[in-house]
Each structure stands twice: as structure tokens, then as C-alpha cells.
Write a protein that binds this ligand. Structure first.
Ligand SMILES: [Zn+2]
Length: 242
């Protein structure tokens, strides 16, 4: 900058002298550190910070204000945690009710399987032969209102969602042990192949697509390496009574 060290010192001394002279002239004690425009000119506004700003010059008060602000922040966090804790009990109750509707009765933490829907009437069992089926009936039929929510009977992965001829819109969930659970005649699907699903999670809506005479879920259960088994026996083995 071309300013030597001694030159800077000299200039500061000159400035100090000028300030002192000005103080004598106006007859007041002017601090050497010139006040900022904001602090010197009273601001008419009542901005929330303005009340505190003249005080922040004092480091102790500044620290106190900072501490106070932190305490208020912590209090806000604590309040939100308290609200969440209160809601948690409610959420748990809702969850217990939802699972109870899906035939689950044990402790909430132990739920592994539930029925695929609530509010149904069994309309056809496994192994039946009849005019509607070319072969023996390979699933269990749950008749329920169109649009009834279908849920994952257990934790697993969605391995197919597709229009499947006589089965209509079909979702296949492959459970952890490799068992395939087929949800047939769906109105709509809520999951996509590759999705991980948790027990009780909605997967789609009950419909009447494909070879179907009315809204119902045709549920098929296919353990790995075996053909379809009786879903009723399979569910009963899991202590679920459809
Ligand atoms: Zn069926």
C-alpha cells in the first residue's frame, strides 16, 4: 500500500489528537473508538433486536444474552420432544388397533404376520373344483368392498406387479423365507417391483380384474419349491384365523 509502519502510527496519533480536539470543542467526552452510526443515532423502530443492541457492547451481557437464547432454543426442542412422546402412545394405540383388525393379537413388537385385509367374507376356499375354475381352486377368496386396502402379510420384497390374465392385476410379495404371496384381481397397486414392504403395509386395493365374478382378493401362498398350498392352513400355522 506504500504506507510505512511509522507512517501508520503517525496517522493514528494525528487522528487521536483530532478526536480529542473535537471533544474539547463540543465539550463532551468523546470515546476514542468512534460509535457506529446505528448506535449513535437512536432508531425509532421497535425491531426485536434493537432493545438488546445497545447492551451487547458489554461482553458479559453479550454472553448472558447468548446463553439466554440457547436456553430458549433448548426449551423449544424439549417441548417438541414432549409433544412427540405424548403422540407416540397414541400412535402405538392406533397401530395396535390396526393390527387387531388384521387378526394380530400378540405384543406389538412381536408381529410378524397379519391377514391381508380386514372386513371380508370368505367366498371360496382352497381346492374347490367348480365352473369358475379350469382346475382346482389354488387360493383362498376374500370377498370385500371394491377398494378395500390390501396389506403385506409379512415383511418381504415386491417381486412382481403386473396384469396377469385370469389373475387380473396381481402383486407378488416374496417373504423373507422365500414364500411367494399372490394378491390377485386387484383394482390398483400401491407398490412397485423391488420395494421392500413391512408387515401390515398397504400394497394395493381390492378389485375384480381378470377372471372374477365380483370384488374379492384371491390370495395364493407358494412356499419355495412347492406349488400353491392352502392359504387357510398356512395362516392358521401363523396363529392367524381367517
Ligand atoms: Zn380365488
Amino acid at each position: 500500500m506504500g504506507t510505512t509502519r511509522t507512517g501508520g502510527v503517525r496517522r493514528r496519533r494525528r487522528l487521536a489528537r483530532a478526536v480529542a480536539a473535537a471533544a474539547v470543542l463540543v465539550g463532551t467526552a468523546v470515546p476514542l473508538a468512534l460509535p457506529t452510526a446505528a448506535a449513535a443515532v437512536p432508531q425509532p423502530d421497535s425491531h426485536s433486536d434493537s432493545a438488546a443492541s445497545p447492551a451487547v457492547a458489554d461482553p458479559a451481557e453479550k454472553a448472558a444474552l447468548l446463553l439466554e437464547r440457547r436456553v430458549r432454543q433448548r426449551e423449544r426442542v424439549l417441548r417438541s420432544i414432549t409433544v412427540r412422546a405424548a403422540n407416540y402412545e397414541e400412535v402405538k394405540e392406533d397401530e395396535a388397533h390396526r393390527l387387531a383388525v388384521l387378526a394380530y393379537t400378540g405384543p406389538l413388537a412381536d408381529v410378524t404376520h397379519v391377514l391381508p385385509l380386514a372386513g371380508y367374507r370368505l367366498s371360496a376356499t382352497y381346492g374347490l373344483a367348480g365352473p369358475h375354475w379350469e382346475h382346482d381352486h389354488t387360493g383362498l377368496d376374500f370377498a370385500a368392498p371394491l377398494g378395500t386396502t390390501l396389506v403385506a402379510v409379512g415383511d418381504g420384497v415386491v417381486t412382481s406387479v403386473a396384469d396377469s390374465g385370469a389373475y387380473g392385476l396381481r402383486t407378488i410379495i416374496t417373504l423373507r423365507d422365500g414364500t411367494e404371496v399372490w394378491y390377485c384381481h386387484q383394482l390398483s397397486a400401491e407398490v412397485e417391483p423391488g420395494d421392500e414392504v413391512k408387515v401390515g403395509q398397504p400394497v394395493g386395493a381390492l378389485g375384480s380384474t381378470g377372471n372374477s365374478t365380483g370384488p374379492h382378493l384371491h390370495l395364493e401362498v407358494r412356499p419355495p419349491g412347492i406349488g400353491p398350498v392352502d392359504p387357510m392352513s398356512w395362516l392358521e400355522a401363523l396363529e392367524l384365523a381367517p
